[in-house]
Every structure is written in structure tokens, then in C-alpha cells.
Design a protein around this ligand. Structure first.
Ligand code: KG4
Ligand code: ZN
Length: 327
């Protein structure tokens, strides 16, 4: 089984071909960092126009690289939300057109489901149910993944996502965009305990996340400390919040077989290392997909499409694009 996947919900345009037995035949990606960098964040209109320009050439390149013709594809999977609606519409309409032209079914994939199932593409031994910490620029959630299409949200952020806080911190510290990798680099040369910063909701009974207060504290502290110390102290606060909330969810999740992390922030080495140690405390394997699969890409959409297609889940061609779509 071969599935073509399309991703366009934020600032990454991507197309990939993945097989039902976990082979990534091709994955193509075009970032838009340069286009958004002058604004210090993603501009939805610029993103949507870039998706229009880039998606078709990426689909062609993926098919060429894989040596696969559109007619050989068994299903077309496209992100149908949540995300910036202009971009989501570009990818979903393209997916519908390709599915219709090829006479193959469409699978409308929730972007979060793409992240949630991506560890099963890289780690064949991963079994349901698992506890997933999904940390990206748009999301910060703890999900119990019981099966394909069976997700229980145990926690979410009550304000900002962790990645958003990284991006804002980088902007305030003049480290550029995207912020996560820049803050991580600066933090390596800093003292994580130099600047006292809040740990919002740490220790709270509900397992939710909050990063707005931390973000504001960084804004107030900017200019009064070394950039490296502020970056390291900020990262330390995020690590502690993520760890505390994840541990609370782990302690109350019966029967999970692994602790899994996905989403762009999972690229952070300090966060990975602490989560790995936490999993070991609970005698659970720790699973983190390779970095290219953690950040937005189309292979995870193709894979989620393959899992849904195998379970008989396909969607009509009038499926709407959704800006908001909780799992
Ligand atoms: O999953 P992703 O590519 O896109 C969304 O769906 O949001 O995640 C992007 C986010 C950005 O906020 C970026 O700053 C953050 O992931 N990120 C990192 C690192 N690499 C990317 N955050 C912390 N440390 C990193 N090394
Ligand atoms: Zn994402």
C-alpha cells in the first residue's frame, strides 16, 4: 500500500510517499523561514501563497524520487486542520484534486493525529496504548493514544504552547526566528539558575500547561541579564513544567506501554534527556521520533493516512478544512 501525504497547515509545505510497511519512499519539504523572518513570526497570508507555489512541485518531486506514478498510489492523505486556514485549504483542495484525478480515496488527516501516530512510523515496536507529550509551536498536550482514531486528551495548555514561548523568548532576546533552536544554542553557554523565573502550574492538581506568565517574565527580565543566562533559565523553567505535568499524567495512566514525545519542541536535547530519565523511573521505554519526523512534515500525514486507510477510514471529497479541530 502506498499513500501520498500533503502538509500545509503552518509554514512548512511538504509532500511524502509512505508505504503500509513503514517505508518512506520520498519526503519533500520547503520551509518558509526566510519569508517570515522579517516579521518575527508566521504571517498567514504569506504562508498560504507560498503553499500555492510550492505544493505541486513538491508532489512531482516526491513522485519522481520514489519512482511512483500517481496512478500507483492507493490513497491521498492531506492535513484538513487544525492550522492556519488558508494553508490548510491549499493542501486539502490539492489532495482532493489528486484523489479525484487518480480515482483514489481521500483521507482527511488531523495534523495532531499525524504527530500522535508518527512514532509508530519510526518505531515499529511501539504498541498502544502510549502516553504522548505533543509539544510544538501551536500545541502543548498530553494524549493517551489508545488506537488509531482513539485519543484521550489528558492535558492541554490554557494559554500558549511551549514552542510559542520559545519563539517569543528568542524574539525578545534578539536571537532570530524560529526561536527554539536559537534559544537552545544560547542556553548551552548560560546558567539555568541565574534568573528566577516562574514555573506556571507546576505542582497543580490538574495536569494542564501554562506558558503565558513565563513569557511575560522573560519580557520583563530582558536587558537585565546575560542573554545566555536568560535563555538557559527560560529553558530550565520550561523543562521543569513539562516534566512535572508529564509525571502527573504518567502516575495516573494505567497500562501505558511507553512515554512518547513528538512535535517540534521535542527536538530540544535538554527536554529529551529529562523525559528519557522520567520514563526510566517508571520502567517504560522512551520513544522520540528522529528530528525530521518531530517537526512538521508530510511523512507523518502520509503515515496517519496509511493507518486510517488500513482501518477503513476514508473521507468524502466535500470534507471541509478546519482551523480548529481538537483530537
Ligand atoms: O511541530 P512544529 O514543526 O510546528 C508546529 O506544528 O507548531 O514545531 C515548531 C516549534 C517552533 O515553536 C520551534 O521554535 C520549536 O518547535 N522548536 C524548538 C526546537 N526546535 C524547534 N523548541 C525548543 N528547542 C528546539 N531545539
Ligand atoms: Zn505540527
Amino acid at each position: 500500500m502506498i499513500v501520498l501525504g500533503l502538509e500545509s497547515s503552518c509554514d512548512e509545505t511538504a509532500a511524502a510517499l509512505v508505504t503500509g510497511d513503514r517505508r518512506v519512499l520520498a519526503h519533500k519539504l520547503a520551509g518558509q523561514e526566510a519569508a517570515h523572518a522579517p516579521y518575527g513570526g508566521v504571517v498567514p497570508e504569506i504562508a498560504a501563497r507560498a503553499h500555492v507555489e510550492m505544493l505541486e512541485p513538491l508532489v512531482r518531486a516526491a513522485l519522481d524520487e520514489a519512482g511512483v506514478k500517481l496512478a500507483q498510489v492507493d490513497a491521498v492523505a492531506a492535513t484538513a486542520g487544525p492550522g492556519l486556514i488558508g494553508g490548510v485549504m491549499v493542501g486539502l483542495v490539492t489532495g482532493k484534486a489528486l484523489a479525484h484525478a487518480a480515482g483514489k480515496p481521500l483521507v482527511a488527516v488531523n495534523h495532531l493525529e499525524g504527530h500522535a501516530l508518527s512514532p509508530r512510523l519510526s518505531n515499529p515496536e511501539l504498541r498502544f496504548p502510549y502516553l504522548l507529550l505533543l509539544v510544538s509551536g501551536g500545541h502543548c498536550q498530553l494524549l493517551r493514544v489508545d488506537g488509531v482514531g482513539r485519543y484521550r486528551r489528558l492535558a492541554t495548555t490554557i494559554d500558549d504552547a511551549a514552542g510559542e514561548a520559545f519563539d517569543k523568548t528568542a524574539k525578545v532576546l534578539g536571537l532570530g526566528f524560529p526561536g527554539g533552536p536559537a534559544v537552545e544554542r544560547a542556553a548551552e553557554a548560560g546558567d539555568p539558575f541565574a534568573v528566577p523565573l516562574p514555573r506556571p502550574l507546576k505542582g497543580a492538581a490538574e495536569p494542564h500547561f501554562s506558558f503565558a506568565g513565563l513569557k511575560s517574565a522573560v519580557v520583563r527580565a530582558a536587558g537585565q541579564h546575560r542573554t545566555e543566562d536568560l535563555a538557559a533559565s527560560f529553558q530550565q523553567a520550561v523543562v521543569e513544567c513539562l516534566l512535572d505535568r508529564t509525571e502527573r499524567a504518567l502516575a495516573s495512566s494505567d497500562g501505558v506501554t511507553a512515554l512518547v514525545v513528538a512535535g517540534g519542541v521535542a527536538a530540544n536535547k535538554a527536554i529529551r534527556a529529562r523525559l528519557e530519565a522520567l520514563a526510566a523511573e517508571y520502567d517504560l521505554p522512551f520513544v522520540a521520533p528522529p528530528l525530521w519526523l518531530c517537526t512538521d512534515n508530510a511523512a507523518m500525514i502520509a503515515w496517519a493516512g496509511a493507518e486510517r486507510f488500513a482501518a477503513g477510514l476514508v473521507d468524502p471529497l466535500d470534507t471541509p478544512a478546519k482551523a480548529r479541530w481538537p483530537l
